[in-house]
Structures are given as structure tokens and as C-alpha cells.
Design a protein around this ligand. Structure first.
Ligand SMILES: *Cc1c(COP(=O)(O)O)cnc(C)c1O
Length: 350
């Protein structure tokens, strides 16, 4: 009776194993909604993969992951001075990210001696990190904090390998590098070819890729999101249904399926009638789009079906034309989701 992620267990595990084997030193990323699996599950799975470190997005994610993973937990959002009552987790297993000299100084006052940090370089991504001119000051501000390595977060497009290498060179030549026993660079979003290219150009550097999507979601064929048919009703053309009492443009069946706004269903930009021009085109063509319905992510009888009205909190109402035989109550139907914005009721491994 739920929105369920059905996972082909053997196939998924084999994929995880292959990605981990191909990326020695991999740091699995376990953040947000846990890529649809949940963070707790991915934390345990990272241990099963033999990872010694996982990366979380934010400080609020640390406690849960520490409980389920015995290794180090790297926080990718940079440290900032704590605000009103905020408790920074200074567990010895937490590795912090820093990107501003003032933060290093403040952290030196706030954190126990020996707290581990990685220094992030500001790439063309322009999100967080030290400007390369700030590295000398950063080295002077490190004090009794322990430097664990450098980090760079690269954009998804552009000349990433060159940029990663430039940063590797700049960081390696900086005074910060004197504080590292093993020069280590944590990188995000390099392809396998770029990773090996960087490794060849910088043989002295230990490169550790932080990977989320390509690891957890890299074999989509192993993942089958499904919804349950909760109810089916016959409708006449012109019959008014739903919260909005909208008149149905055709006769057929209403199919009530699990999955609503709570799960993240319908939160993507609707594909139908998004501009007046498109709307005009579809009116010319006729069809349900012209009636102002939006295409749903649910597939019944091999086709994506229309929402009868916008998704509810935990269920959605679909309109199935009369020509299509309706599914049975209790049947499962396929639903296309964006995994990073979907909260499943259940994840089952076969
Ligand atoms: C989210 C994130 C990652 C992982 O991204 P994927 O595209 O899921 O592999 C890596 N690095 C940083 C800094 C991130 O915020």
C-alpha cells in the first residue's frame, strides 16, 4: 500500500562492489534523502563496502551516520562559527571542511586540539573554499587543528581535469602541504578518465573521489520504483471529482495510486501546458493536455498517464481513458521518480 523502491539486490550489490573496486579510497556520499534509500541504509552499506570514510552534506546529518558507521564522517559543508545554541559535533571521527581563514582561527578557539580538517579550494564552481591567494594565511591559522587533506568540488561541465590539476599543484606547493603526512586530495565530480588522468599527472598525491549518484544510482536497471493501486472508480465525461471538483474531459476510470507530495511526487516542473504556446499547440492537437491536465510519472498499460488533479499529500488521482483496461486494486504500477527528491515508504531488496 505504499510507494516502494524495489531493488534487485544481487545486481545492485554487484554494481556497488564494482564501483568501489574501480575507485580505491572512495568516499561514499551519504546525504540528503540518502538518494532515495535513506542515509542510515547507505551508511551501513558503506561499511559493507569496506569504506573507511563517508561524506555527509551538513552537520545535522552527522549524528545519525556516526551511529551506523564506524569509520570517519566527513562534513562537506564548510565549518562556520556556531550560532545561538548550535552544537558542532567534535567527535574524533568527524572530519571538518574549512574554506575561510577566519573560520580556521575561530575553530581553533572552539574545537579540541587535534580536530581534523580538510582545506577546500575555491574552484570555478564558486560555492565554497579558499581563494588560492589565501593559502599562506590559512597555513598560519591552522594552529593545533590537524590537516587531513585538501578538497576540490568541481562543476559538472567545463575543463575539470585541468582545473583539478591546477589546484593539486597550487595546494601541493602551499605551506599547508607541509602539514600533511600523506598529501591527499578529495575530489568531487571527476569522471573515471579524469581521475586516472589526474593520478598519472600527480603520482605523489593520494586522490580520493567522493561519489554519490554514480555509486548508489549508477545502475538504474537494478532499481524499480513502484506504486500501489489503492482504488479504481468509473467516471463519466463531465463528472466532477477531487478536491477541486474539476469536470473530467473524457469518460474512463479514476485510478487512485500511492504517492503524493509528501513523497516528492509532482514536484518536478510539469511537462504539460507549461507555456501558452505549448498549450495552444496541444489544444490544436486535442487530447487531455488541452483540457489542462498534467502528465503524471505513473505508467499504466505501457504509457504515462494523466493526473486527474494535482497530487494529494500521500496519494494521486489518475484519469485513465475508457479504451484502457484499468488495473486491479492492489496491483503495482511503475512510477518514474527523481531519486534525490523522493521519499519512499519502503525499500525492498530482493
Ligand atoms: C553532493 C556532493 C557530492 C556527491 O555528488 P554526486 O553527484 O551525488 O556524486 C560530492 N561532493 C560534494 C561537495 C557534494 O556536495
Amino acid at each position: 500500500m505504499a510507494l516502494t523502491l524495489r531493488v534487485a539486490g544481487d545486481r545492485w550489490r554487484a554494481h556497488l562492489r564494482a564501483v568501489a573496486d574501480a575507485h580505491p579510497g572512495i568516499v561514499p556520499v551519504v546525504k540528503g534523502n540518502g538518494y532515495g534509500f535513506g542515509k542510515a541504509s547507505l551508511a551501513r552499506r558503506s561499511a559493507w563496502l569496506g569504506a573507511d570514510t563517508v561524506a555527509v552534506g551538513t552537520y545535522v546529518e552527522v549524528a545519525d551516520v556516526l551511529q551506523r558507521f564506524d569509520g570517519d564522517v566527513m562534513v562537506m559543508t564548510p565549518w562556520r562559527p556556531p550560532v545561538r545554541g548550535e552544537q558542532i559535533p567534535y567527535d574524533p571521527r568527524v572530519v571538518h571542511t574549512v574554506g575561510r581563514t577566519n573560520d580556521l582561527l575561530a575553530m581553533g578557539e572552539d574545537a579540541p586540539a587535534g580536530t581534523r580538517v580538510v582545506a577546500e579550494g575555491l574552484t570555478s564552481m564558486a560555492r565554497h573554499g579558499f581563494d588560492r591567494h589565501a593559502l599562506a594565511d590559512a597555513a598560519a591559522a591552522l594552529g593545533r587543528l590537524r590537516l587531513q587533506g585538501f578538497a576540490v568540488h568541481l562543476p559538472m561541465a567545463g575543463g575539470r581535469l585541468d582545473e583539478a590539476e591546477r589546484w593539486a599543484a597550487v595546494l601541493g606547493a602551499s605551506k599547508l602541504a607541509d602539514r600533511l603526512e600523506t598529501p591527499t586530495l578529495y575530489v568531487s565530480h571527476l569522471t573515471d578518465t579524469e581521475l586516472s588522468g589526474l593520478g598519472e599527472r600527480r603520482p605523489g598525491l593520494t586522490i580520493r573521489p567522493r561519489i554519490g549518484t554514480a555509486l548508489w544510482l549508477g545502475d538504474r536497471g537494478a532499481l524499480r520504483p513502484t506504486a500501489t493501486v489503492l482504488d479504481v472508480h468509473e467516471v463519466e465525461r463531465g463528472e466532477r471529482v477531487g478536491y477541486r471538483q474539476r469536470a473530467m474531459p473524457v469518460a474512463g476510470h479514476l485510478v487512485i495510486v500511492s504517492g503524493g507530495t509528501t513523497h516528492g511526487i509532482g514536484l518536478e516542473a510539469p511537462t504539460a501546458a507549461s507555456s501558452l504556446r505549448q498549450r495552444a499547440t496541444s489544444i490544436a492537437k486535442g487530447g487531455l493536455e488541452a483540457a489542462g491536465l498534467a502528465l503524471s510519472p505513473y505508467t499504466i498499460g505501457g504509457k504515462q498517464r494523466w493526473f486527474a488533479e494535482p497530487p494529494h499529500m500521500q496519494a494521486s488521482m489518475l484519469l485513465l481513458p475508457r479504451s484502457v483496461p484499468p488495473p486491479e486494486v492492489g496491483a503495482e504500477v511503475a512510477v518514474a521518480v527523481r531519486f534525490t527528491t523522493t521519499t519512499f515508504d519502503a525499500v525492498t531488496l530482493s
